[in-house]
Design a protein around this ligand. Structure first.
Ligand code: ATP
Ligand code: MG
Length: 478
């Protein structure tokens, strides 16, 4: 696959539409010069690359031209340039300029200045937002208001403005340090970005350890780009990851929520999970799941993680909707069961009651690393609760359950659990599948026949203990 992409890229660069016959000197990027930070810079003229303005969104072009007309430098940068060169459709178009956020604001009525760690201008066109950043500079003598790092070297604030060369040094990977210049349609390629793109190499700019310490999320980005672009992480770039992976624990949980969406909701969840395991990046994000994976590397928790990753990929690739509530309900199901058992043993509560206490605990603990918005954590808990009702409802009660707004997601989780555990749970899942897939009249027959194979009554989900009659209770207490 990797070979195919690199061949494809080669062809892409060689087949670039040419307006005038380029001289050989133009086709090869000019001899690279070095920036003050020691990063190489090669200029690739319009005739020697494949990006045409037609491929760039109208709104991004509007922003680029207006900045340029006002006398500012304006470039398309990052994923937009990289993906266009690879023949992929960019997710978004990012613009970078020497205008400050305040200057940008003056040029665009539809501009919002956002961000604290990075101050950025958002130019809003209805639902489309073009992000415009000002060139980042080096962190010289520290001024806490504009630049700040913590004891581990993590940048808490990064608002020092600079020139394009410095900006390039502050980007993460060489393939993300490609700048498309709107003034002459050339590309500035820093650190050998163009060559790395052709070779399919993901290489961090600068000293990898320092760059990961500045921003540990770069380790996750390495994995994400490697799988998305079928690239290989360069050896030097890959080396420190395993050792530095625990630094991810300190990333604000809200940012991590966004990163996890990008990792697992873009059609590459299986590949990203496998690579995250290889580099020990999964553990700091999902500590409760990881504890079970370590205990039993081939146990149900692992099977569930693999099943949810695969089913998310399948849905994304079929253009079906995916929701974080289902994802988190599934991935945390076995930690929830474990926690419920622990609570039951510690407190003497019934397993059924302990299950409810565990729901809050498990979700709260997960939210310390990944802050799952309430609009997803609440339905995730509904999906959990419904698991307890499936077994008890194999009969005419099944109709009631079917009406629950979270039925479908809960049923999908039941099917996954059936796949993971087999046995009686798989039989129970099969009963529900038959019921769900039947038409109205068949459903009635199925429901009336109830759960005939009563051996199906499994104890995979905690059961509500039958209450003693109140008189009996009173007697017992006497
Ligand atoms: P995609 O949008 O496909 O996820 P992208 O490369 O465009 O990929 P963005 O998060 O949109 O990623 O960021 C845009 C650009 O900003 C990147 O290409 C990179 O140059 C720079 N960038 C983003 N995040 C970081 C980071 N953590 N450290 C350094 N540079 C970064
Ligand atoms: Mg982007």
């Amino acid at each position: 696959m990797f070979r195919r992409i690199s061949q494809f890229c080669k062809q892409l660069f060689e087949d670039a539409p040419k307006t005038t016959a380029p001289t050989p000197a133009q086709i090869e990027p000019q001899t690279p010069e070095l920036t003050s930070g020691g990063l190489s810079l090669a200029l690739v003229p319009r005739d020697a690359h494949s990006i045409s303005r037609k491929q760039i969104s109208e709104n991004a072009l509007k922003v680029l031209y207006r900045l340029n007309k006002a006398g500012f430098q304006a470039y398309l940068v990052g994923g937009g340039v990289r993906d266009l060169l690879l023949g992929l459709e960019p997710k978004d178009f990012d613009v970078v300029t020497n205008a400050t956020p305040e200057e940008i604001k003056k040029l665009f009525r539809n501009c919002r200045v956002v961000g604290r760690r990075f101050r950025l201008a958002h130019i809003v066109f209805g639902r489309d937002v073009i992000e415009v950043a000002t060139f980042r500079g080096h962190h010289g003598e520290s001024n806490e208001k504009i630049s700040k790092a913590n004891a581990e070297g993590r940048l808490l604030r990064d608002n020092v403005y600079g020139e394009i060369d410095e900006d390039a040094e502050r980007r993460d990977f060489t393939v993300n340090a490609l700048y498309y210049d709107i003034s002459d349609y050339s590309i500035r390629s820093y650190g050998g970005g163009m060559e790395d793109l052709k070779a399919g190499t993901l290489r961090l700019i600068g000293d990898p350890e320092t760059r990961y310490r500045e921003d540990p999320v770069r380790m996750l980005r390495a994995v994400r780009f490697a799988t998305k672009l079928s690239m290989t992480i360069d050896e030097v770039t890959a080396k420190p990851i395993k050792q530095l992976a625990p630094l991810l624990k300190d990333i604000p949980a809200a940012r991590m929520y966004e990163e996890v969406l990008k990792l697992f909701f873009a059609g590459k969840a299986v590949a990203n999970f496998d690579m995250m395991q290889e580099y020990k990046l999964f553990a700091p994000l999902f500590p409760q799941v990881d504890a079970l994976l370590k205990e039993a590397p081939k146990g149900p928790a692992m099977k569930m993680v693999q099943a949810i990753m695969k089913s998310t990929d399948d849905r994304v690739n079929e253009d079906k909707p995916v929701t974080p509530s289902f994802f988190y309900a599934a991935i945390l199901w076995y930690p929830l069961r474990q926690r419920a058992e622990d609570i039951a043993v510690e407190s003497g509560l019934t397993l059924y009651d302990a299950f409810f206490a565990a729901m809050g605990d498990v979700m709260e603990q997960q939210c310390q690393t990944i802050s799952i918005p309430r609009r997803f954590s609440t339905p995730a808990k509904d999906i959990w609760q419904l698991q307890l009702r499936f077994e008890r409802s194999q009969g005419t009660r099944a109709f009631k359950l079917l009406e629950h707004p979270k039925f479908r997601a809960a049923y999908d989780l039941l099917l996954l659990r059936g796949e993971v555990e087999g046995g009686n749970l798989a039989k129970s899942a099969a009963w529900w599948q038959q019921f769900v897939e039947a038409d109205e009249t068949e459903r009635l027959t199925i429901a009336r026949s109830g759960n005939k194979a009563s051996g199906n009554r499994n104890r995979n989900t905690p059961q509500r203990r039958r209450r003693r009659p109140s008189g009996a209770k009173a007697k017992a207490e006497e």
